[in-house]
Design a protein around this ligand. Structure first.
Ligand code: ADP
Ligand code: MG
Length: 276
């Protein structure tokens, strides 16, 4: 893969949508692998108690493995739980174990409960180009921790009939967190997933999303692809499972767009064309 421009600062991308099954985890692991294959150092933080991102990256996450739960609740260092992904150089994962299911409630009485992930990331000393956070399908304290820790929200949208339902609530939460906890937070990227170009519905939904959001929507759509859905059962991303499949190529292209957009955002800040 051709190398892409590396960001000057670590870009922290929060992959969120409180709907389940829209492609959050698939997008997190495949974008992360794509960015790593493009020459970046990338950390995936699995913030879903299901641990699907850990599984998809072939990372051991049985109950005794040091995990993101220990970082959030037991003040373990992030460096103590991060594992390398074996078949992709430059890709790392902080796994989730099933005890994370209790974290939403256990976090409630804790000091600085919304910013524990932020603090852990701040204290992490390894150089990283990207951190991608795979959120659970809810807007609770785990997702809030992700939103406090980063600046960019990535929303995968499945091209189906109810695609836009619930997005209002997600966007209001982003506004709330920006207003009260993290002024840098914004929706930077919307990615259409499981796109089936043969159906009218998919193209209508895509058009509606593009009309509604405009420039945040990536030009690349992720096609519905059997190879994408098979890869996790081999503990692989589609990038290594079937590198020439349409699914792999679409995630590589989406990663390229994200990298290039980040660069033009940095340049326009340097040239003073963007305020703040
Ligand atoms: P979420 O994390 O939002 O719950 P997932 O990423 O786990 O969603 O995706 C839900 C299901 O859809 C999974 O079984 C996954 O393998 C499948 N899937 C995701 N993206 C695609 C795609 N582009 N083509 C085919 N299946 C997909
Ligand atoms: Mg998931």
């Amino acid at each position: 893969q051709g190398a892409l421009p590396r960001p000057e600062q670590t870009r922290i991308m929060i992959v969120a949508n409180q709907k389940g099954g829209v492609g959050k985890t698939t997008t997190t692991v495949n974008l992360a692998a794509s960015l790593a294959l493009h020459g970046n150092r990338v950390l995936v933080i699995d913030l879903d108690p299901q641990g699907n991102a850990s599984t998809a990256l072939g990372i051991d996450h049985h109950a005794d493995v040091p995990s993101i739960y220990d970082v959030l609740l037991e003040s373990k260092q992030l460096s103590e739980v991060v594992q390398p992904v074996v078949d992709v150089e430059g890709l790392f994962c902080a796994p989730a174990t099933i005890d994370l299911a209790g974290a939403e409630i256990e976090l409630v009485p804790m000091v600085a409960r919304e910013s524990r992930l932020h603090r852990a990331i701040e204290a992490y000393e390894q150089p990283l180009d990207y951190i991608l956070i795979d959120c659970p399908p809810s807007l609770g304290l785990l997702t809030v921790n992700a939103m406090v820790a980063g600046a960019e929200v990535v929303i995968p949208i499945q091209c189906e009939y109810y695609a836009l339902e619930g997005l209002g609530q997600l966007l209001r939460n982003v506004d709330l967190v920006r207003g009260h906890l993290n002024p840098r937070l914004h929706v930077s990227t919307i990615l259409l997933t499981m796109y089936d170009g043969r159906t009218r519905l998919a193209s209508q939904v895509a058009e509606e999303v593009r009309t509604h959001f405009g420039q945040e929507v990536l030009r690349t759509n992720i096609p519905r692809s059997v190879r994408i859905s098979e890869a996790p059962s081999y503990g692989q991303t589609v990038l290594t499972y079937d590198p020439n499949s349409s699914g792999a190529l679409s995630y590589l292209e989406a990663a390229r767009e994200i990298a290039l957009r980040g660069q033009s955002a940095q340049q326009s800040i340097q040239h003073g064309t963007v305020e703040g």
